[in-house]
Design a protein around this ligand. Structure first.
Ligand code: ADP
Length: 244
């Protein structure tokens, strides 16, 4: 593929809740191919940054997705422009199969009833997503019986079939086993290669292993950014993390 890499350029992003600045003039760039982690103590404003990008909370500033301003648009418009997010708890249709969940997300105009009658999907994007999330072998399993980690991967797959080229993930490894964490790290790498990926994460071992870059948020502001080694060596960050 040719062309310039896709990017997300966040400028002077601020979110105020009744005069309290939860996000305070944040500047953040994420480029395609980067696996960027957003870290920082509880209450730093990490989730609010993602809420602002996806249109869930009103914000000021600018969020430019590869030449298109997305701030100020409605939630569904932002999703249509290729910005996808997950929440800490995966939301999948438990009574439908993995394939049916992906079909619904792909939204090919078929209703759930029609979908229940067809066993095999015709969408190439669905097959591709199944492969990326490593659930080919579980395509016909009900989502409700999947392991915790598999449900999270399915939710990521549902964003992939929607052609999301920006993925905003909120603590994707929460509650996962060690094996599932390693699988998820590999999955994030595959995804980030061709997309814009920003991940909120608390687990510093995971961040150290998989981040290509890190932004540290504290009290609504970007305290530090760079490689994991760079931010770890930053005295301002050490202060916030009390010496880790
Ligand atoms: P983090 O994700 O880094 O833990 P959050 O973005 O959830 O932090 O929260 C940042 C700050 O904003 C916190 O002080 C939180 O209490 C506050 N906050 C978040 N959402 C709201 C809201 N809807 N109304 C009022 N305050 C909020």
């Amino acid at each position: 593929r040719h062309g310039r890499p896709k990017y997300l350029e966040i400028r002077d992003l601020s979110v105020s809740f009744d005069g309290f600045l939860a996000v305070d003039n944040v500047n953040l760039d994420v480029i395609q191919g980067d696996l960027r982690f957003l870290i920082g103590p509880n209450g730093a404003g990490k989730t609010t940054v993602i809420d602002a990008i996806t249109g869930l909370v009103p914000a000021t500033g600018s969020v430019n997705h590869t030449g298109t301003e997305i701030l100020g648009r409605k939630v569904h418009q932002i999703a249509k422009l290729g910005v996808g997010r997950t929440f800490q708890t995966a939301s999948v249709f438990e009574n439908l199969s993995v394939l049916q969940n992906l079909d619904i997300a792909a939204g090919s105009g078929r209703g759930p009833l029609q979908m229940l009658r067809r066993r095999k999907s015709v969408e190439p994007a669905v097959g591709e997503a199944l492969e990326i999330i490593g659930l080919e072998g579980a395509a016909d399993k009900k989502a409700g019986i999947l392991a915790h980690g598999q449900k999270q991967w399915l939710e990521i797959g549902m964003l992939l079939v929607q052609n999301s080229d920006v993925l905003l993930l909120d603590e994707p490894i929460a509650g996962m086993s060690q094996d599932e964490r390693a699988e998820t790290g590999a999955l994030l790498r595959r995804i980030a290669a061709s997309r814009i990926t920003l991940v909120i994460e608390h687990d510093m071992d995971f961040v150290r292993e998989f981040a290509t870059s890190v932004s540290v948020l504290a009290a609504g502001k970007v305290l530090s950014e760079g490689s994991v080694a760079q931010v770890q060596a930053d005295p301002k960050v050490q202060e916030v993390y009390l010496g880790t």
